[in-house]
Design a protein around this ligand. Structure first.
Ligand code: G7M
Length: 310
């Protein structure tokens, strides 16, 4: 079994870097794959009867001279074919460049499985009334555990990964790399700000009173990214998810050229747009229809379809 997985299912939450092995897991199903992103989502059985999900993402290639010099000296070329001046090969890279960035969710539940299974998608236009009568009751009944968020906020996990922290209980936040980012390649930079205050579930709850919090996250977050990674604020896309998977407010910061999963329209809502809307209309997010995409088997989609007969 995986030695370094703790009771909350957070692999290496202690920051321990020892190698782990996957004895005790067996293949169950390919839930989905994305050939453009070079990723695969695999459902696993474990020997104690619980399920796990392995999310495997091939890393983008490095773009610096040192890495490529090391790749060229340490690689072998396995020939595939040759024709005149053209030849093709499988390039077998040295170990340090051939790893696959992976996430293990263990034990996983039906909601995790539904999230990663390939399915039809739907657009939903959620009015304030729909939010009150369909979405909010659903969120209140079926929240995914926020234990990993509280672990970060309470310095019980990922402590060594914190990039910046603002401790004010009302407007404070922690900035740290997202689970999806190995922390190595700037072209795929992905960090997130978790707000310290509990109870803000999503952008739906935000009002103009939260502007100091949001502007603080934007300005201090972008400064911290600039200091640590050298990326200017004009190279960073900062956004919320609507709907999020985890209903504790957090902001995603990614490299502007990186097409991260769920970073497009009908899923990502730009932090700058949220700030602007709240400045114009203090209760914008309580009054607006919000549009999002969700998968067919997402229970929220099932509830919307039942309520609206489509
Ligand atoms: O869709 P939503 O906005 O709720 O996205 C949640 C984000 O949190 C995703 O980008 C996940 O990759 C990230 N995330 C999820 N977990 C369980 C963890 C975690 O344990 N640690 C960190 N650092 N990020 C996480």
């Amino acid at each position: 079994m995986v030695d370094e997985v703790d009771d909350n299912g957070d692999a290496n939450s202690t920051g321990d870097n020892s190698l782990v092995n996957m004895k005790g897991f067996s293949f169950k199903e390919v839930l989905g794959s994305d050939s453009a992103r070079k990723s695969a989502f695999i459902l696993l059985d474990s020997s104690n009867g619980e399920n796990a999900i392995l999310l495997a993402d091939k890393n983008a290639f490095p773009v610096d001279k040192t890495s490529w010099s090391a790749i060229l000296t340490g690689s072998t070329l396995k020939p595939i074919m040759k024709n005149d001046i053209y030849s093709s090969y499988t390039l077998c890279m040295p170990n340090e460049f051939s790893g696959v960035k992976s996430t293990l969710i263990y034990p996983c539940n039906e909601k995790h499985i539904a999230k990663y299974r390939d399915q039809k998608r739907f657009i939903i236009n959620e009015t304030p009334e729909d939010y009150r009568t369909i979405t909010l009751p659903y969120i209140q009944r079926n929240q995914m555990s926020l234990e990993w968020v509280y672990n970060i906020l309470d310095h019980k996990a990922e402590v060594d990964r914190i990039i910046y922290e603002e401790t004010d209980p009302h407007d404070g936040f922690i900035l740290a790399p997202d689970l999806k980012w190995s922390g190595e390649q700037l072209e795929c930079l992905y960090v997130q700000a978790l707000v310290r205050r509990k109870g803000i579930k999503s952008i739906r709850d935000l009002t103009a009173n939260d502007l100091p919090l949001l502007e603080g996250i934007r300005d201090k977050g972008l400064n911290a990214i600039k200091e640590k990674y050298g990326l200017d604020k004009h190279q960073i896309r900062a956004y919320f998810h609507y709907q999020p998977s985890f209903y504790h407010l957090h902001v995603h910061f990614i490299h502007v050229s990186y097409e991260a999963p769920a970073s497009g329209v009908a899923k990502a809502v730009l932090l700058d747009d949220v700030i602007n809307n709240l400045k114009l209309i203090p209760d914008f997010y309580q009054r607006s229809t919000l549009t999002f995409t969700a998968k067919e088997q997402d229970p929220l989609v099932v509830l919307f379809r039942a309520a609206k007969n489509w």
